[in-house]
Ligand binder design. Structure first.
Ligand code: G3P
Length: 217
């Protein structure tokens, strides 16, 4: 499973990238707000750092305006994936971009029917929001599973990009199901390294090592 990091925080991207943990980056208007940076400047900086796809989201609601915004975002770098919302206007823009060979990430997906439409419109990525479904009492991972089945039934090439991944268990479950990509905040990716038994084991090893009175160096 590819790891995209869901942030516009340059320092956090650099830290994970140094460990080979960043196959791409996703941003959205909320993450741009959080960064306090200009969207064009910070997106360019991210694209210069990361070889893989960098999603930059349009904010217009009409297809023609989304297309104009998407063209501007796309001009930032070759690895831009234009992010459009899963509305009829967004699907219209997706089809227009895909016809020109541009990568599109269709976001705010909450149903398998929406995911099917995005694949038909030529999306490179579909972003189902796992955590936000869970927030509303619906099993988000079940949606990932449904989309996996549907895409495999018809050999759609659209990649399933599990988004709104909030926990380590979300990440594991999405990988088990076979999501092509997950995007998660840096803290969730780093939390995957933690286990209580690792901490306990290390504590015991350190204690026993001290008792040997030895030194490796
Ligand atoms: O990039 C979109 C998505 O990952 C948002 O996650 O936690 O705000 O629902 P969240």
């Amino acid at each position: 499973m590819k790891f995209f990091v869901d942030t516009a925080d340059i320092a956090a991207i650099k830290e994970l990238h140094a460990l080979g943990m960043v196959d791409g980056v996703t941003t959205n208007p909320s993450l741009i707000l959080k960064s306090g940076r200009n969207i064009l400047e910070v997106t360019k900086e991210i694209c210069d750092l990361v070889e893989g796809p960098v999603s930059a989201e349009v904010v217009a609601t009409e297809a023609k305006d989304m297309i104009a915004e998407g063209m501007k975002l796309s001009a930032i770098a070759d690895n831009i994936a234009i992010k459009v919302p899963l509305t009829w206007a967004g699907l219209t823009a997706c089809k227009a971009f895909a016809s020109e060979g541009k990568m599109v990430n269709v976001t705010l997906c909450f149903s398998a029917g929406q995911a099917l439409l995005a694949a038909k419109a030529g999306a490179a990525f579909i972003s189902p929001f796992v955590g936000r479904l869970d927030d509303n009492g619906i099993d988000g991972c079940e949606l990932i599973n449904d989309i996996r089945t549907i895409y495999d039934n018809y050999d759609f090439q659209t990649e399933i990009l599990a988004a709104s991944v909030r926990t380590v268990n979300h990440a594991i479950e999405c990988a088990r199901i076979g999501a092509d990509v997950m995007t998660a905040p840096p803290a969730v990716i780093k939390a995957m390294a933690n286990h209580i038994l690792t901490d306990k084991g290390l504590e015991q090893f350190n204690k026993d090592w001290a008792a040997t009175g030895q030194s490796i160096l």
